[in-house]
Design a protein around this ligand. Structure first.
Ligand code: CA
Ligand code: CA
Length: 206
């Protein structure tokens, strides 16, 4: 805005600043500064929250990593235990097989029930006593020929095991068909019929 100004020496034409326009500019500047401040504060809050979130994610990742390590250790321990148990099982099976073969060899090669029992006793054992179905099945599994078992008659019809117990009627089902038949009146000792997988009474001195 231009105004004329005169004094005794001159007349001046000067530009007068519009106070109203200047005030609006100041207001815009203040509003701009406030907006910029608010934006800066918001940005700062966002950065702080991002920092917390990053820290939380890092903690979670560290926790998951620790859990993974623990599970991996447990898996390794389990594998080690399985390997140890497998090795122990194999050793037991080998020992059992060796023992079984020894028992069968002694029983099969002996010509008489008394000789077979003597051989077993010399090895620190005795002829086998069968106490249940599992033992019967196991003996059948390892029987190759027709080995003697620890069963004999003190008197005809009175069967006893070598440990002194009487033969339970429960196990008479293990006799082969038609057995014991006391053939020839001289069969007083028990054996496994290798082919039939059943018991037979036979001559103790066979
Ligand atoms: Ca008999
Ligand atoms: Ca017989």
């Amino acid at each position: 805005m231009e105004e004329m100004y005169a004094n005794d020496d001159s007349v001046c034409n000067i530009t007068v600043v519009n106070d109203r326009g200047s005030s609006r500019s100041k207001k815009r500047l203040i509003v701009g500064l406030i907006s910029l401040g608010i934006l800066s504060v918001g940005l700062l809050i966002g950065l702080i929250r991002l920092g917390f979130l990053t820290h939380a994610l890092s903690s979670s990742a560290a926790g998951l990593s620790g859990t993974k390590d623990n599970l991996t250790d447990c898996l390794h321990d389990s594998n080690d235990q399985i390997s140890a148990l497998t090795k122990e099982r194999d050793q037991l099976n080998a020992a059992l097989l060796e023992r079984s073969n020894e028992v069968i060899r002694l029983q099969s090669l002996s010509s008489s029930w008394n000789k077979a029992r003597e051989d077993c006793r010399n090895k620190g054992g005795d002829l086998v006593v069968i106490n249940n179905d599992d033992e019967q099945n196991f003996v059948l599994t390892i029987s190759v020929n027709s080995p003697w078992i620890g069963l004999s008659e003190e008197t005809e019809g009175s069967w006893k095991w070598v440990d002194g117990t009487a033969l339970s009627s429960e196990f008479k089902k293990f006799w082969g068909q038609g057995q014991p038949d006391n053939a020839g009146g001289i069969e007083n000792c028990g054996q496994i019929w290798g082919n039939l997988k059943a018991w037979n009474d036979d001559d103790c001195d066979t």
